[in-house]
Design a protein around this ligand. Sequence first.
Ligand code: NAP
Length: 241
Amino acid sequence: MNQNRRRFLVAAGVTLAATAVPFSARSADTMKIGIIGSGNVGSALGTTWVKAGHEVMFSSRHIEYDQSLAADLGAGARAGTPRQAAAFGDVLLIAVPYGALPDVGKDLAGLIEGKLIIDACNPFPNRDGEIADWALEKGAGLASAELLPGAHIVRAFNAIGAARMGSAYQEPGRIGMPIAGDDDEAVAVASRLIREIGYEPVLIGGLEMGKYLMPRTALGGERSAEEIRQIATDIQNEAKR
Ligand SMILES: NC(=O)c1ccc[n+]([C@@H]2O[C@H](COP(=O)([O-])OP(=O)(O)OC[C@H]3O[C@@H](n4cnc5c(N)ncnc54)[C@H](OP(=O)(O)O)[C@@H]3O)[C@@H](O)[C@H]2O)c1
């Protein structure tokens, strides 16, 4: 264990013996993850992926903040611009207000083609304006795909609170994570990253089902994987009627 990582664990108040394997499914293969938007969601998930052994680059429009976040985490974390994070990541997490997504899509043009993007963003008209009305009409998954052309989108982390995203690993598999995506490989990689930080991924369908991954919907809140499967089946049966 290098000194930076040791310092982080000590700073986090975690005993080294207890954290020799802090995650039940500690990653065998390190992945590079670019975080676009390092607020509540981006910082929580990025931090927990660093703890799981991945390399993470945090980004936002304020690099000083990202540098400070990365410095606190030590080895495995770094900071960059959104374009640098997009180039760095094999996988990207986008966690910005939906109103920023059109700009993010333009900013990252040429860098996201063919990449897996985990889309945590939710459209709220009060916060995000007209783009949110459009996204709600179209369905959040399909709307994100249009704003981030060429990327393989998997919607996830949309309907649970950011405050607990960094602690699910303490009870692996207790909480299910509904996800939606069209690309099998992207879904498989996203599922692995989700499982590694303690959630049991449940594919509820393709991106058109992404509209059901929103707070205050039937799938919102913390539920077991079994409950999520049942709710998703009910939604699909209802849609067929
Ligand atoms: N909070 C939750 O519990 C929760 C749970 C699930 C999903 N979500 C959804 O996840 C998204 C993020 O939520 P949050 O609570 O993490 O928001 P937040 O704390 O406000 O963080 C948003 C991040 O996006 C960055 N950002 C804004 N505009 C940007 C741009 N044009 N380019 C690059 N970065 C930009 C912000 O930094 P700068 O302003 O410095 O650029 C900040 O780092 C939202 O769509 C939200 O609805 C939130």
